[in-house]
Design a protein around this ligand. Structure first.
Ligand code: DP6
Length: 344
């Protein structure tokens, strides 16, 4: 929308949940990853970032609000995104020299390991790209804000290729299949804690690169084949294989976090109990029907197909009663035999 001289743009952007994790950077400044990663982008109906940006010749200084609180504009990642956008813009644009007012909000807990920075930077960069008329791929700009943000620039199933160029311009995200390709796919988020993480992913992966031997092994020998195999499983809609790779990859990321020195412990006893419940459910069903994956926090993201949702949610509610989130301490079932028949 244009009013007088000011220009205002509002965008929303979704969260993405990685099934092959981005963990470790080759370049800390450019946010070039050690390995490729792959994720599913959620619908903006439930978890999303929303950003409104105004540029106007009457603004005296740049301002930035996140969830209603004013933030410092002196932020390297924000600055890198802005610089790259302005570098690609038509240099004749008068608005290039105007000040900005940025107002961003998430409708889910921020910095709790629920990909808030991914949605946030994807949203910010989309809005900036509209304001400054940028064309072409902008996922490499979103990447400069937060690595995983580049994957939120596309819907459906998205592959972030680490690229080979030193300037990171080919470190971009690409959609491998739209959401409509697998319409029965659902994501359940079990919020174990909505508090701020002890240490963020940036810090955790930096320490991992410095101290873990497993991290380089993973990037070199494990991830390339996993990306190939999971892409194939997605193309064939083979949930059993998709789920196995997803869970193994989450476990490997957290194994690296433990191999980091001092270790980064993101999963809690409740997270492990959820993973145990998923394995018990899958073995009771005879094949993988639910897949868990954990980011840099204790909350579980579960991929499952629509026909499974009702039964699995009722089991989760039985094992972890909402009014008693620590309920599993008083009797976490060791196998599906401990779940009453009428729950299933
Ligand atoms: C565990 O994108 O938050 O969610 O690039 O340092 O901002 P920075 O890290 P960030 O890392 C996310 C890591 C992850 C796994 C993933 O989403 O692939």
């Amino acid at each position: 929308m244009e009013s007088k001289n000011a220009k205002i743009v509002t965008c929303v952007a979704p969260v993405n949940i990685a099934v092959i994790k981005y963990w470790g950077k080759l370049d800390e400044e450019l946010l070039i990853p050690l390995n490729d990663s792959l994720s599913g982008t959620l619908s903006t109906d439930f978890m999303r970032a929303k950003t409104t940006i105004m540029v106007s010749p009457t603004l005296q200084e740049n301002k930035f609000w996140l969830n209603g609180k004013e933030q410092s504009f002196d932020n390297k990642r924000l600055d890198n995104c802005l610089k790259e956008i302005k570098r690609r813009a038509n240099q004749e644009l008068p608005i290039l020299n105007w000040k900005l007012s940025i107002c961003s909000e998430n409708n889910f807990p921020t910095a709790a390991g629920l990909a808030s920075s991914a949605a946030g930077y994807a949203c910010l960069v989309s809005a900036l790209a509209i304001l400054y008329d940028i064309e072409g791929d902008i996922s490499s700009i979103a990447r400069r804000g937060s690595g995983s943000a580049c994957r939120s620039m596309y819907g459906g199933w998205v592959h972030w290729c680490k690229g080979i160029k030193e300037d990171g311009l080919d470190s971009i995200a690409k959609q491998i299949a739209p959401a409509s390709h697998w319409p029965e796919m659902r994501v359940l988020i079990l919020v174990v804690s909505d508090g701020k993480k002890k240490y963020g992913s940036t810090e955790g992966m930096k320490r991992g690169v410095e101290t873990s031997e497993l991290i380089t092994y993973r990037a070199q020998y494990v991830v390339p084949k996993r990306i190939e195999d999971i892409s194939e499983a997605i193309k064939k809609r083979d949930f059993n294989t998709f789920a196995q790779i997803t869970m193994q990859d989450s476990n490997q990321m957290h194994a690296i976090c433990l191999d980091t020195y001092p270790p980064c412990v993101y999963m809690t006893n409740v997270s492990h109990a959820i993973a145990g419940l998923v394995h018990a459910y899958n073995s009771y069903k005879g094949s993988n029907k639910v897949a868990y994956t954990f980011d840099a926090g204790p909350n579980a993201c579960l991929y499952l197909l629509e026909p499974e949702v009702e039964e699995f949610v009722s089991i989760v509610n039985y094992v972890f009663p909402p009014s008693d989130p620590q309920g599993y301490f008083q009797g976490m079932p060791l196998s599906m035999k401990d779940i009453p028949q009428d729950i299933k």
